[in-house]
Design a protein around this ligand. Structure first.
Ligand code: 5AD
Ligand code: SF4
Length: 488
């Protein structure tokens, strides 16, 4: 829970009369529906003689991870208990549509859930997120997945309690999708995945319209949150034990441009660094076209800002970058990286890279490889271009064959991996501060932590250290992570 702590929310809840009509203003309207739904959940769980369980499953990016925390916060307030398995009384899929295989995965999961629902007819299934903003997908869900109870999109996540109420009052599937919104609803509950770190939305939407990307169509236009709301949220998180925040926006460099009060992302970042209990600040994602000198300066002089900049390249060919509507050239990108590295020497630079944008030739691809050689990324996410209906690139002709695309992808992937291994290995022997994140998934005798530059390290230590920043010696490089040893 943030902004409002639990006690404050309880007080507001107490003052709400659910026998009266629902209030019109947010977030009070949602508090009203949360309270109404509590009665229903209580009744159902008395019938079953056990608590009702819920499972929120996230596909895609950090934005979706954060939205899922909000969904879980609302469900817990309604009386649901979080379940670790998908065999729950209420299952939500928060979907992604950035590439075609993300969509396929969701339908795969739904196929399995259909059977689960047969053995638990009271089970509720919800679909939300980016994929649901696509009219064709809604048609598919309406026609082929009638057993899905509620469907909503990216603009009305905060309305889960009201949509749920509509479902229990109605007979069939409830679909509530908005094309866009200009409002930002504050003060709703959220349940964090980690007690000591949290994502914080600073803005929603994207105005860039890179020609391959579906995001501007499914997440709408840019809307910045007010700086005071962001600062208040982070202060409340800090009071609740959070030491690391990740500021989230599709292009954080655009932050504040739509607000009446002129404020830049760099100014916001500097203000956040002044919150004493916050020890680390990350952000995602800055666009290379408008990353300002002011931002580089703020990062350089604030050690709390993590030494990691994710700087999506997408392509190294100036010709393809133009076709992608990225607004920078190969040379400008390389110069930007050099400038960042000269001012922030220990910074890790990572990227997203797409192979096979329509019209990409071998020569264009060699330009991408050349940037990889020159920049030497700490690591990079590599993707094969996926055609998204409705984007300008979907109408462009693909010149390369499937074999050529796979071959390019493998060459890129292998080179990125090799360089990444070399860079990771260069940290060997250093003693560096690590935020302990939890018990290692591979070996429950080890803890897992993260360096400021985002590198992972596993080491022996007691679990009381989780959430703390400790010094660890990096001993054995295992490719993209280290085995380390705790320094007292
Ligand atoms: N095909 C392949 N990759 C894509 N991305 C966005 N759209 C597409 C697409 N149509 C990648 C970009 C972006 C990341 C989040 O996903 O590299 O930075
Ligand atoms: Fe998509 Fe480009 Fe916006 Fe990123 S900046 S979300 S790639 S349109």
């Amino acid at each position: 829970m943030e902004i409002l702590n639990l006690k404050e929310l309880d007080k507001v809840m107490d003052s709400i009369d659910i026998n009266k009509p629902a209030p019109d203003t947010e977030p009070f309207r949602q508090y009203y529906f949360i309270k109404k739904n509590r009665e229903y959940v209580k009744k159902k769980s008395e019938e079953l003689n056990r608590p009702l369980t819920c499972s929120v499953n996230t596909f895609g990016c950090q934005m979706n991870v954060r939205d899922s925390e909000k969904l879980l916060g609302i469900l817990e307030q309604m009386g649901y208990v979080k379940s670790e398995s998908e065999n729950a009384d209420f299952v939500i899929y928060n979907t992604c549509t950035v590439r075609e295989n993300a969509n396929r995965k969701v339908y795969g999961h739904l196929g399995i859930l259909k059977h689960t629902k047969k053995s638990n007819p009271d089970m509720m299934i919800g679909l939300c997120g980016c994929m649901m903003q696509e009219p064709d997908e809604i048609e598919t869900v309406k026609n082929k997945y009638k057993f899905v109870d509620i469907v909503f999109g990216t603009h009305n996540v905060y309305k889960l309690a009201e949509i749920y109420n509509n479902r229990i009052m109605a007979d069939g599937q409830v679909i509530d999708i908005w094309d866009d919104t200009d409002s930002v609803v504050e003060d709703l509950p959220a349940t964090r995945e980690y007690p000591f770190k949290s994502g914080v939305n600073i803005m929603y939407g994207c105005n860039n319209f890179c020609t391959y990307c579906i995001v501007p169509y499914v997440r709408g236009r840019e809307r910045s949150r007010k700086p005071e709301d962001i600062i208040d949220e982070i202060k409340a998180l800090a009071d609740d034990g959070v030491v690391e925040v990740m500021l989230l926006g599709q292009n954080v460099n655009s932050y504040g441009k739509d607000l009446p009060e002129k404020v830049t992302f760099a100014e916001l970042l500097e203000r956040i660094c002044q919150i004493e209990k916050i020890k680390r600040v990350r952000f995602m994602t800055p666009h290379p076209k408008d990353l300002s000198d002011e931002l580089i300066d703020v990062i350089a002089r604030n050690p709390k800002v993590c030494r990691h900049i994710h700087l999506p390249l997408q392509s190294g060919s100036t010709r393809i970058l133009k076709a992608m509507n990225r607004h920078y050239t190969k040379e400008e990108y390389i110069a930007l990286v050099e400038k960042i590295r000269s001012r922030i020497p220990d910074v890790s630079i990572t990227a997203d890279i797409i192979v096979g944008f329509p019209g990409e030739t071998e020569e264009d691809f060699l330009d991408t490889l050349d940037v990889v050689e020159k920049v030497r990324y700490d690591t990079a996410f590599t993707f094969i271009y996926s055609k998204r209906t409705g984007t300008p690139a979907a109408k462009m002709e693909q010149l390369a064959t499937k074999e050529e695309l796979n071959d390019r992808y493998n060459r890129l992937y292998n080179r990125v991996l090799q360089i990444s291994g070399e860079i990771t290995n260069s940290f060997k022997g250093r003693i560096m501060p690590v935020l302990v994140e939890g018990i290692s998934e591979q070996n429950d005798k080890l803890l897992t932590g993260r360096l400021s530059n985002n590198l992972l390290v596993h080491f022996e230590g007691c679990k009381q250290l989780i959430g703390q920043i400790v010094d660890v010696e990096l001993i054995d490089c295992k490719g993209f992570y280290f085995i380390g040893s705790l320094k007292e």
